[in-house]
Design a protein around this ligand. Structure first.
Ligand SMILES: O=P(O)(O)OC[C@H]1O[C@H](O[C@H]2O[C@H](CO)[C@@H](O)[C@H](O)[C@H]2O)[C@H](O)[C@@H](O)[C@@H]1O
Ligand SMILES: [Mg+2]
Length: 262
C-alpha cells in the first residue's frame, strides 16, 4: 500500500553537502542510487534535448570507483537511451521506473513489449499526431505522453492515457511525472529496483543514498528511509518522503564533483 507520510524534508543551501558526507567518510558502507532527468541533468523542453554537462561522466566513473562499484542509475528512461546519453559509461542501471535492470555483473533483465502493447503505442501516436507540441515517447516496454510544450492538451491526454491504460490491462500502471503521463509495467518501481540491487554484490551490506526529483522517485526515497539510508529530493521544495532537498541538478553535480575529486 502506498504510504502518504510526506513532508518537505530539510531544505538545504546549494553548497550544503551534509547528506552526501557519508560517501567521503565511509565509502565502503554506502551505495548511491541516482535518477537522471531533473537530477543529474537539467530538464529540457523535449526528451531528446537534454544536455549532459561536460565532465559528468568522469565524475560518475570516479564516484563509482570510490564506492567499490556501488553506484547505480535508477531512471524512467529505457536502458539503451540512458546508455547513449551517458556513454561511454555502462553503470548498473534500472530503467523504465524499475521494470528493467542491468546488474553490476552486466546481466540484464529486459522488458519485451507484447504485440498488443506495440499496437497500443501506434494507436497513441495516431490519435495525437496532429496535437502540436505533444510528444509520444516510445520506450519499448513503456510509453510516455509529454505535454510540456502543449499544456492545454493535458486534460485530453489524461483521457486518452486512461483509456489506453485500461486497454493495456492490469500488468501496466499509470506513472505521473513532470509534464508527462506514462504507461509502464506495474510489476516494479524504483523502490523495488533499489531493493534488488542491495541484494547483490557490490551493493549488498551497504546503506542506500537515493537521489531524485519526481513522483517516481518517492518509492526509492521511502525504501531508502526504511533501510536506514538517506534520501535527497532535487528541485524546489515539494511534498516528498525525502529527508533532504537540494535546490537544483547543478547543486548536486557540483557536490558530486567535489566528492569524486576529494
Ligand atoms: O526517472 P528519470 O530519469 O528522471 O526520467 C523521468 C522521465 O524523464 C524524461 O522526461 C522528463 O524530462 C524531459 C527532458 O528534460 C522533459 O522534457 C519532460 O517534461 C520530463 O517529464 C523522459 O523523457 C521520460 O521517459 C522519463 O520517464
Ligand atoms: Mg527525474
Amino acid at each position: 500500500m502506498e504510504q502518504t507520510d510526506t513532508s518537505r524534508g530539510e531544505v538545504l543551501a546549494a553548497s550544503d553537502e551534509q547528506p552526501l558526507a557519508p560517501l567521503l567518510a565511509e565509502p565502503d558502507q554506502w551505495a548511491l542510487f541516482l535518477d537522471i532527468d531533473g537530477t543529474l541533468v537539467d530538464l529540457a523542453e523535449t526528451p531528446d534535448s537534454v544536455v549532459v554537462e561536460p565532465g559528468l561522466t568522469d565524475t560518475l566513473q570516479a564516484l563509482s570507483h570510490r564506492l567499490g562499484g556501488a553506484l547505480a542509475l535508477v531512471t524512467g528512461r529505457a536502458l539503451p537511451y540512458a546508455d547513449q546519453l551517458l556513454q561511454p559509461l555502462a553503470l548498473p542501471i534500472a530503467g523504465l521506473h524499475g521494470a528493467e535492470r542491468r546488474r553490476a555483473d552486466g546481466s540484464v533483465d529486459a522488458v519485451t513489449p507484447e504485440p498488443s502493447f506495440v499496437t497500443l503505442k501506434r494507436s497513441l501516436e495516431r490519435v495525437t499526431s496532429d496535437w502540436d507540441g505533444v510528444i509520444i515517447e516510445d520506450k519499448g516496454g513503456a510509453v510516455a505522453a509529454h505535454f510540456r510544450q502543449a499544456p492545454e492538451r493535458q486534460a485530453s491526454l489524461e483521457a486518452v492515457m486512461a483509456a489506453a491504460l485500461s486497454e493495456a490491462g492490469p500488468d501496466y500502471s499509470l506513472q505521473r511525472g513532470k509534464m508527462v503521463l506514462e504507461i509502464r509495467p506495474a510489476r516494479a518501481n524504483k523502490g523495488s529496483a533499489v531493493e534488488a540491487f542491495l541484494s547483490e554484490a557490490p551493493f549488498s551490506g551497504r546503506k542506500p543514498i537515493a537521489i531524485g526529483d519526481d513522483l517516481t522517485d518517492e518509492a526509492m526515497f521511502r525504501f531508502a528511509n526504511e533501510a536506514g539510508g538517506l534520501s535527497i529530493h532535487i528541485g524546489e521544495a515539494a511534498d516528498t518522503a525525502a529527508q533532504f532537498t537540494l535546490p537544483s541538478p547543478d547543486a548536486l553535480r557540483q557536490a558530486l564533483r567535489r566528492i569524486a575529486t576529494e
